[in-house]
Design a protein around this ligand. Structure first.
Ligand code: NCD
Length: 301
């Protein structure tokens, strides 16, 4: 059945397992899948900046034999004042599936209500980023062969990062022990923590510093400066909360370091060649995972 993908809240563990299994199949047949969605059109509706999500969705679509129509907010009628609902209705009339990214929380859910075709959330403000979480879980499983029982540290701006909010759901659902490490003032919202606790009862620790000794996975994100009222505040915390080569010296041998990217200076470039770094592989996994998402959302087994 064709369906939307809006939030981790809507997914069961078996839904996620289905996506991950299909993604593994897609990765194996990356160059042999060109006819699976031939003749279908993906419409991309990105109102916020994107490199990986936008390009990997386009790559995934093309690998499946799809065509892509790309909306640009700066050169489209959104710049003349057209409403979001009208824009969605128009793309819905052209494309078979829509990926939307917008700064407003709830915008993807709104798009799904307005559109008849499946809508995929490519990030709605600080709220949710479900396809990123599927990539993250896929990468962790590929690298560590399990998720349950792993010590996973989420490090950075947990208040504003949608990738972290979605991932906390996924990790808790799969039984990881999660440490939430953020600078003061950028903690994960307490209502989200309470919701995750009551649904999944995870082992959760909260700290205001970075201590990686017991970590199997360290997942870092940048300070989301576009969501701050005062950019100077963002700059200040950005300088305080960084992974250093020294910190990695005390890490477990098999610890993997992930990041949804873009990284700014929370991970310095010399760490890219460390045996712990896996964020470029993680980004590459975006293609098979998003191929799986396009197939599943279009009801293609
Ligand atoms: C993330 C996002 O847009 O939420 N990027 C991504 O999709 N890989 C992370 C970020 O912008 O910090």
């Amino acid at each position: 059945m064709p369906h939307d993908l809006i939030s981790l809240r809507d997914l069961s563990k078996s839904d996620i397992e289905r996506y991950l299994k299909l993604a593994a199949k897609m990765e194996k047949n990356l160059y042999k899948s060109q006819s699976l969605l031939k003749g279908r059109i993906l419409g991309t509706l990105f109102f916020e900046a994107s490199t990986r999500t936008h390009l990997s969705f386009q790559t995934a679509a093309k690998r499946l034999g799809m065509e892509v129509v790309v909306f640009n907010p700066e050169t489209s009628s959104a710049s003349k004042g057209e409403s979001l609902s009208d824009t969605i209705k128009i793309i819905d009339g052209y494309a078979d599936v829509i990926v939307i990214r917008h700064a407003a929380e709830g915008s993807a859910r709104h798009a799904a209500d307005v559109a008849e075709h499946p809508v995929i959330n490519g990030g709605d403000g600080g709220n949710q980023h479900p396809t990123q979480t599927l990539i993250d879980l896929y990468t962790i499983l590929k690298e560590k062969k399990k998720i349950s029982g792993l010590n996973v540290h989420l490090v950075g701006d947990l208040k504003h990062a949608r990738a972290m909010r979605s991932l906390l759901y996924g990790l808790a659902m799969f039984g990881a022990n999660v440490t939430l490490a953020s600078p003061k003032g950028l903690e994960m919202d307490s209502d989200i923590i309470e919701e995750v606790k009551s649904r999944f009862g995870p082992h959760l620790r909260i700290r205001q510093d970075i201590a990686l000794a017991d970590a199997d996975v360290v997942y870092v994100c940048r300070v989301q400066k576009e969501r701050f009222a005062d950019p100077y505040e963002a700059q200040k915390v950005q300088a305080q909360f960084r992974i250093t080569a020294k910190m990695l010296e005390g890490a477990k041998k098999g610890m993997i370091l992930l990041h949804p990217l873009p990284k700014v200076d929370e991970i310095p470039p010399e760490i890219d060649s460390s045996p712990h770094a896996r964020y470029f592989q993680q980004a590459k996994n975006g293609v098979p995972v998003r191929m799986a998402v396009l197939c599943d959302c279009l009801g293609k087994k």
